[in-house]
Ligand binder design. Structure first.
Ligand SMILES: [Ca+2]
Ligand SMILES: [Ca+2]
Ligand SMILES: [Ca+2]
Ligand SMILES: [Ca+2]
Length: 632
């Protein structure tokens, strides 16, 4: 293959548009009373905030001790005082995940669900998509639980547009969501994974969606679909679909699990959700996009057939730097799978040789989510896999030679989450200091876990880790507010900058509970305002329109950072398709070098910070600065 190298060195076209003309008063009104409260709270100095830590304290002395510790810790762990604030209610989001629970404790009840970002109407603002559970033999209300689509109103609020969108459920028990423009028509489409059936929703471009699953041939029927992702594994310019599957589970003839331990005899509630060891695994599926609205199952041909899979997380990224997108799958109780792309339509299982399949001591663990990021700013994608309680969440160092080393202890995350069960997790630079940090969403599988382990809870805290600038992570959870730390049965995590202020926010789906939207208040934290950022939205022309598979190298003075347009990530969730770089104190970017999957190389030069740049492959680049409501 001849690799076409064309450097675009024409000056960057800058069109600065002020999209929100808002005064302080208008901003307050738009965001409602909770936002006003935020502004008031942020007037407090860091010292004032520190002596009033969130949560109840029994004595003044304990409170004082805690304040001193917190102040000391916050200087290390959250020096820019970046806070995530629960704005769910103020934003008008009222999605509730239905657990569909029964005394029989059917396995699917406890595993849902994912959540996603999608700019379905292409107005430049992220909209939110939620998936829900469905019918089981023991849960069959008249109207089945419904997914939901929320349109972003550009003022911090959302409107539920599910009904007019045509997105609905006939009772399918859904788990995951993956967003990609498979037909390159400029409008992102939605794939929802489900138990025994998954659904492809074609975005009609007018706010409505059509179920095209049958024609497309991507139903994954009979399997328990979980995490899915879009990528163009063969570089033909059309997005292909990877669907991972969990265990072979028969909801009509369920295995009943649980035990009666000494001392617990006579307690009526002795059943428990099953362990994955009770079931056989199932293979992931690769669907090749034929370009005419249909797909072909090429799993076996591509070398991906592997029925050991009990998959819950996937990340699609170039992990060995050869320009071809690879597959990394997190499996429950089975080894992780690392499939390297051979560039000829096939993959090779590199798990054993790579060292990324097991924990440092050679054990397969619970594998609930997968992510990859350049955490050292050296161009090497490190891996993260979240696991259950009494296991460690694993980070793997990319050695740059196709091998990985368990970096869990060396990274500093160590045993910090050992009593919690982690699902959704993402690397992202929450304080825009130029170093990618880590957010982990927790929630136990067993609703009756205290019967078995009194020290473990069903609802659990989220965990936030800050990258100290050398790949060393410190636990910053305690510097966050009470909303962030409130225990939940957390599952899906979708990171996305829904208000376009450059500070990345996130959505969480909680099993059997209300979903949550957290706004990153970094833009209003005085210490953080010196940190800059830039975001890149890719529009492929010869490449797939989403630009998935592109790699980006950013230079700002002596600062270098790398990222890729990736597929999958987190637990069953869809992420902001734009690529965000924290820049620290750098006020401009010298260059961004983009390698598109088509082979085209495009370079942007001299870009101001704090803009969202839309880059059209081989054509141009436009920067937009969004005016966010003023902060006090
Ligand atoms: Ca489309
Ligand atoms: Ca393709
Ligand atoms: Ca950071
Ligand atoms: Ca934001």
């Amino acid at each position: 293959m001849t690799r076409q190298r064309i450097l675009l060195r024409t000056p960057l076209l800058i069109s600065l548009s002020i999209l929100i003309m808002a005064t302080a008063d208008v901003a307050g009104a738009l965001l409602g009373p909770p936002a006003q409260a935020t502004y008031r709270r942020l007037i407090a100095t860091p010292e004032q905030q520190a002596v009033h830590p969130p949560g109840h304290r029994e004595s003044a002395a304990a409170e004082q001790d805690d304040a001193v510790r917190l102040r000391h810790r916050s200087e290390i762990t959250n020096p820019y005082h970046v806070e995530f604030r629960d704005v769910t209610a103020a934003a008008g989001i009222h999605f509730h995940h239905e657990r569909a629970s029964s005394p029989q404790r059917l396995y699917p009840e406890t595993m849902g669900a994912g959540v996603g970002w999608i700019d379905y109407n292409q107005d430049g603002y992220l909209d939110a998509i939620f998936v829900n559970s469905g019918y089981t033999p023991h849960y069959h209300p008249l109207l089945p639980p419904q997914p939901a689509l929320y349109r972003n109103n550009h003022d911090g609020t959302f409107t539920d547009v599910t009904e007019q969108s045509g997105i609905k459920s006939d009772g399918t028990f859904f788990f995951g969501v993956a967003v990609g423009d498979y037909d390159n028509d400029g409008f992102p489409d939605i794939y929802m994974t489900g138990y025994r059936h998954s659904v492809l929703w074609h975005n009609n471009g007018d706010g409505t969606f059509t179920d095209v699953t049958t024609k497309a041939g991507v139903g994954d029927d009979g399997n328990w679909g979980t995490a899915a992702g879009w990528f163009d594994y063969d570089h033909d310019g059309k997005l292909d679909l990877l669907v991972t599957n969990y265990v072979q589970y028969d909801v009509d003839h369920p295995v009943l699990c649980g035990d009666v331990r000494p001392g617990f005899t006579g307690i009526p509630q002795t059943s428990a959700y099953c362990h994955p060891d009770s079931f056989h695994g199932s293979s992931a599926k690769l669907y090749h996009n034929n370009g005419d609205g249909t797909f072909t199952d090429v799993t076996e041909k591509a070398g991906l057939l592997n029925t050991d899979g009990k998959s819950l997380g996937v990340v699609l990224a170039d992990l060995n730097g050869d320009g071809w997108t690879d597959i990394f799958i997190a499996n429950d109780t089975q080894r992780n799978f690392l499939y390297l792309n051979n560039g000829d339509g096939t993959f090779r299982d590199a798990t054993y040789k790579s060292g990324a399949g097991f924990s440092e001591d050679g054990r397969p663990e619970a594998g609930m989510s997968a992510d990859a990021a350049d955490v050292m700013n050296n161009g090497l994608m490190y891996l993260f896999v979240s696991h259950l309680d009494f296991e460690l969440n694993r980070m793997y160092r990319n050695n740059g030679d196709g091998t990985f080393t368990d970096y869990t202890i060396a990274s500093g995350i160590g045993q910090t989450n050992i009593l919690r069960s982690a699902f959704g997790a993402r690397f992202f630079d929450f304080d825009n200091d130029g170093w990618r940090d880590l957010l982990v969403i927790n929630g136990h599988i067993l609703d009756n876990i205290p019967m078995y382990h009194p020290e473990v809870a069903y609802e659990e805290e989220k965990m936030l880790y800050r990258n100290r600038g050398d790949g060393n992570f410190v636990d910053a959870t305690r510097t966050e507010g009470a909303d962030f730390r409130k225990p939940r049965v957390g599952r899906g995590l979708a990171v996305g900058d829904y208000d376009n202020d450059g500070w990345q926010d996130f959505l969480v789906s909680n099993n059997g509970e209300d979903a949550q939207l957290f706004r990153n208040e970094g833009g209003s934290a005085p210490a953080a305002q010196g940190n800059h950022w830039i975001a890149v939205r890719l529009i492929g022309v010869k490449s797939n329109r989403d630009g998935i598979g592109a790699s980006l190298k950013l230079s700002a003075g002596d600062f270098k950072s790398y990222d890729q347009a990736k597929g999958g990530m987190s637990y069953c969730s869809a992420q902001d398709p734009r690529i965000y770089f924290g820049l620290g104190k750098h006020e401009k970017v010298d260059s961004i070098l983009i390698h598109w999957p088509s082979g085209y190389v495009q370079e942007l030069r001299d870009i101001p910070a704090d803009v969202i740049v839309t880059v059209t492959e081989g054509v141009d680049a436009k920067a937009v600065k969004y005016r966010t409501p003023p902060q006090r």
